[in-house]
Write a protein of this length. Structure first.
Length: 100
């Protein structure tokens, strides 16, 4: 039997439940109690990450090293998350806003 992939920070995951079903995220922090925080840099940013139950996520084999994501140094930004997801082959779904 295959071992389940761990949800350490930097792991690419796909949401399988909720409004964000089908979208790809990076795990930012493991909160314990079967919960993690995730962000994609577009819909859920670093300042306000999404808290997800790990049963609602499907882990992918890709892991992005969050400390080395920004080659020029400095703090990680939302654009860095989007670039890392797209470079790993996981598209970030960009939605067009309706004009009121």
């Amino acid at each position: 039997m295959k071992e389940p992939l761990s949800l350490e920070p930097g792991r690419v995951v796909q949401s399988i439940q909720g409004r964000d079903r089908g979208r790809y995220f990076l795990v930012l922090e493991n909160l314990g109690e079967d919960r993690v925080t995730v962000a994609d840099g577009l819909n859920h940013c670093l300042k306000n990450p999404k808290k997800k139950n790990i049963r609602h996520l499907h882990a992918k084999p890709n892991v992005v090293k969050l400390s080395g994501i920004r080659p020029e140094g400095g703090p990680v930004q939302d654009s860095d998350l989007r670039r890392a997801l797209e470079a790993s082959g996981f598209p970030v779904e960009r939605r067009l806003c309706k004009e009121g």
